[in-house]
Design a protein around this ligand. Structure first.
Ligand code: HEM
Length: 119
């Protein structure tokens, strides 16, 4: 599995299989969230709940497995010394925005499924 993840990706760029697979699944997550929003607009709230819960849960798994772990291993050792370099700056900005967005998404899923109380 680890060997496959480090193979060249399928988009013909220098990215690894893991990076291309992450991008593909994230595009599917985006598509699902868009479909889910459409379902709410059509007042199909149960289907909306199922679709958005699936999309947000997939997002959480991907972020922990394919983002937080690589960030910890490959980016964090260069912080703060190399934060002026583009690779470290862009990835860290992405991580900060993602770290704010992720709990919001998780809260909405937990609240929607009545697993936490509203504020
Ligand atoms: C809602 C939250 C987030 C979303 C929607 C998101 C979205 C994405 C997407 C679409 C990619 C794929 C880019 C590509 O492969 O071309 C990506 C990659 C990445 N993200 Fe996030 N992200 C989120 C949160 C985070 C957080 C919290 C961190 C770090 C703490 C992080 C670190 C990374 C890293 C290191 C990569 C590169 C992974 C690799 O290529 O192996 N992300 N993210």
């Amino acid at each position: 599995m680890t060997e496959l993840l480090h193979q060249p990706g399928f988009f013909g760029t220098a990215a690894t299989f893991a990076a291309d697979a992450t991008l593909t699944v994230m595009l599917i997550v985006g598509l699902l969230l868009t479909i889910g929003a459409g379902l709410a607009h059509l007042h199909r709230y149960t289907a909306h709940l199922l679709v958005q819960t699936t999309a947000a849960s997939l997002n959480v798994i991907l972020v922990i497995w394919m983002m937080i772990l690589p960030y910890r291993d490959f980016v964090l050792p260069g912080i703060p010394d190399r934060v002026g370099e583009r690779f470290y700056a862009v990835t860290t900005l992405h991580a900060v925005i993602g770290a704010i967005a992720l709990p919001f998404g998780m809260f909405v899923v937990l609240r929607g499924n009545e697993l936490v109380l509203g504020v």
